[in-house]
Design a protein around this ligand. Structure first.
Ligand code: LM2
Ligand code: CA
Length: 458
């Protein structure tokens, strides 16, 4: 199978994490398609460890390859794919294929399994369990073999070197492709040897887009560069840099790019401000990121991600939490309930970025020009003659005349409210309130609704 990278001008990915299938379907039609999001990444659809429960992480313990998850049944899954495709949105599935569960004997609905035994699917010899070993923290720097062959947090590690296991994994992914799935986020890809992953990829039908979760760590034995020949790779340094910059001075972003020590080249990177793991890290840890709790600071980092050319951006949207273990809103024995963006239980952050999804799509293929910064926390730049953005990460409002690079006209602010009128010389007088952004693009205005508070305006 040939790796199909998203074509230029494709909208960003949005990860609707822990959303049920019915809710994703509705969101594709109501919000994602109209906004210009290119693809939605959904949670693992396989049958898991338990049939739902009170934690979120049960879905990272596959129990069998059936579409019987806490997010809905096969019908709901298929309806979601059709609805999203109808809205012009591709569907990516979170594929957990490095391991199965860490469970002792478990039974439900007439199905019984244990850590190294899944009737009709895997038996003990399909795992690297003789002798079994568990990955230690020091393995990451010292021993790449153990990172890929020992157990990740004691989860039964599949022998991905075996032809039988490769066939089972490819068979599962191919079933999803046959249902219309367009791409896969490969969970724990760092723990699967690149040769094994390449062999599985060679068994895939169609040309699904692959993006691999390979977490970068300085000086580690397993590196993202070992995987870029297989698919796009998640750029974990990006989010760490966004936290550092947006909690400091963003003027430094002028030179942002590979030279900053990013781990994946721009044309192979999937970038994100946070994901479901990093949003839960203690703020003091050096691999912590911003998350929705940072409010406007988080929002501005996402505006930058969608405005600056680096990789394929992925907007993250999950549920609100205070307990790190707590699962999504659910009922009836753990089935995830329909998303309600008004009840405070879901962040629905991607809705705040809907206008920027369109911006990202509109400016594809252009380069950065007309850089401005105030030597502190206000920056602005254009993207060719297609778009212009100003980000004020400081504590005071800024009004000035900017060079936008845009044709004369009035454009809607897709990062907030109000509009910007560009004169014949490409300049515009704009007010950017503290901790806010103004983003305008060709095809994104003139704005139809004059607002009561006319800032930012001419
Ligand atoms: C991932 N990427 O590589 C996921 O993004 C991450 O969320 C997953 O961990 C991990 N890999 C495995 O797919 C989460 C969660 C873990 C949890 C696992 C499995 O962060 O805490 O581990 O899912 O559900 C849990 C317990 C852990 C226990 C393990 C096995 O928290 O204490 O280990 O189950 O029973 C003894
Ligand atoms: Ca492994």
């Amino acid at each position: 199978a040939v790796q199909a990278a998203p074509p230029a001008g494709t909208g960003p990915i949005v990860k609707l994490w822990s959303w049920n299938w019915n809710s994703v379907a509705r969101e594709c039609v109501d919000v994602l398609g109209p906004a210009g999001y290119g693809a939605v990444q959904v949670s693992p659809p396989h049958d898991s460890m338990s049939k739902g429960g009170s934690v979120w992480w049960d879905v990272y313990q596959p129990a069998r390859y059936t579409l019987t998850s806490k997010f809905g049944d096969e019908n709901a899954f298929k309806n979601m794919i059709d609805a999203c495709h109808g809205a012009g949105v591709k569907v990516h599935v979170d594929a957990v294929v490095n391991h199965m569960t860490g469970q002792g004997s478990t039974s439900y609905g007439g199905y019984s399994f244990s850590k190294y035994n899944y009737p009709g699917l895997y038996s003990s010899w399909d795992f690297r369990n003789s002798p079994s070993c568990v990955i230690d923290d020091e393995d990451y720097k010292k021993n790449g073999w153990r990172v890929q062959n020992c157990e990740l947090v004691s989860l039964a590690d599949l022998d991905t070197g075996s032809g039988y296991v490769r066939d089972r994994i490819a068979g599962w992914l191919n079933r999803l492709t046959a249902l219309g799935v367009d791409g896969f986020r490969i969970d724990a890809a760092k723990h699967i040897h690149p040769d094994d992953l390449a062999a599985i990829k060679a068994k895939l039908t169609g040309s699904p887009y692959l993006h691999l979760e390979v977490i970068y760590g300085e000086g580690e034995a397993v590196q993202p560069s070992q995987y870029t020949g297989i698919g796009d790779v998640h750029e974990f340094v990006f989010g760490r840099k966004m936290k550092e910059q947006f909690t400091g001075q963003i003027k430094w972003l002028r030179t942002f790019g590979e030279s900053w020590g990013l781990s994946v080249p721009a044309d192979r990177a999937v970038t994100f401000v946070d994901n479901h793991d990093t949003e839960r890290k203690d703020a003091s840890k050096n691999d912590a990121t911003l998350n929705y709790k940072y409010g406007d600071t988080y929002k501005l980092a996402n505006v930058f991600m969608l405005a600056w050319p680096y990789g394929t951006p992925r907007v993250y949207s999950g549920f609100t939490w205070s307990d790190k273990e707590a699962g999504p809103p659910s009922a009836n024995g753990g089935f995830v309930t329909d998303t309600d963006c008004g009840n405070g239980r879901w962040t629905c952050f991607h809705r705040q970025m809907a206008g920027m999804a369109g911006f990202h799509k509109a400016v594809a293929g252009t380069s950065v020009a007309d850089w401005y910064d105030n030597d502190d926390n206000v920056i602005a730049f254009s993207r060719g003659n297609k778009g212009w953005v100003a980000i004020n990460n400081g504590s005071g409002s800024v009004t000035r005349t900017f060079t936008t690079g845009l044709p004369a006209g009035t454009y809607a602010n897709v990062a907030g409210s109000g509009s910007v009128t560009v004169g014949s010389g490409g300049t515009a007088s704009v007010t950017v309130p503290a901790k806010s952004a103004v983003a305008v693009h060709v095809g994104g205005g003139p704005t139809p609704t004059p607002t009561a508070t006319p800032s930012p305006t001419v």
